[in-house]
Design a protein around this ligand. Structure first.
Ligand code: SAM
Length: 225
């Protein structure tokens, strides 16, 4: 088939669909605030945030767990999908990132339904397991990729049967297929894939994506009832 002009321009295609994705004013403001605050440009793209929002809404999620807050961009997309008594618990290592996120939650009027937990996520997750925290309906895993396998293991202890786990950045421009890749983040993804493959309690797929964030992808796993 002959290629049309711009057929490989992933950014142009994302922009074409922007009005359809339609982030609200507070979600847009959160993106601006994290850029102004000098945070790294590693948040999900608007269409990916909308996907998280739709997954949360479609599954009727009331309790959402997020690992990796940054400036709260994905958190806001998720919080906007929750019922009035819903909550997002979001875990962040860097207090400066957490501060930017909290300001955005205040501005968006969702601060009363978002708990930001500052510290290493593994320790925060272990504390939640120990405390017998009420089970979550959906988890979005988007922090240090080296720990993806232990994060998924902790999610299994913290999510209810039937819940969803979304894990971002698992394709890494195709590097994931290279068993000898020197990047520890790639090796972290590979260890998670080993854990997920044939797991008796998880049903999983992976979808590759292209767009403003380049070539990557996400894993979607359901905790089996
Ligand atoms: C990719 S960003 C999260 C982006 C955010 N989910 C979004 O899309 O808007 C990853 C975040 O995880 C945080 N992080 C890295 N290592 C962590 C750890 N061990 N525990 C908790 N957070 C961590 C980083 O500081 C960073 O803010």
């Amino acid at each position: 088939m002959e290629e049309t002009p711009g057929a490989r321009d992933w950014t142009a295609v994302d922009r074409y669909f922007e009005a359809l994705v339609a982030p609200d004013e507070a979600v847009r403001a959160a993106a601006v605030a994290q850029q102004a605050g000098g945070l790294p440009d590693i948040a999900v793209a608007p269409n990916q945030g909308k996907l998280l929002h739709l997954l949360a809404a479609a599954t009727g999620a009331r309790r959402v767990l997020e690992i990796g807050t940054l400036g709260g961009y994905s958190t806001l997309w998720l919080a906007r999908a929750l019922p009035p008594d819903g909550r997002v618990t979001t875990l962040e290592l860097d207090p400066a990132h957490a501060a930017v996120a909290r300001s955005s939650f205040e501005r968006a009027g969702v601060a009363d339904r978002v708990d930001v937990v500052v510290g290493p996520a593994l320790a925060s997750l272990d504390a939640m397991v120990e405390d017998g925290t009420e089970p979550f309906d959906l988890a979005f895993v988007d922090a240090d990729k080296e720990n993806l396998a232990p994060y998924v293991e902790r999610c299994l202890a913290l999510l209810r049967p039937g819940a969803l786990i979304v894990v971002d950045n698992v394709v890494r421009e195709g590097a994931v297929v290279d068993a000898a890749h020197p990047d520890p983040r790639v090796q972290g993804v590979r260890r998670m894939v080993e854990l997920l493959t044939g797991h008796p309690r998880l049903d999983t797929t992976v979808v590759q994506t292209v767009g403003t964030k380049g070539w990557d992808g996400f894993a979607l796993a359901r905790v089996l009832p």
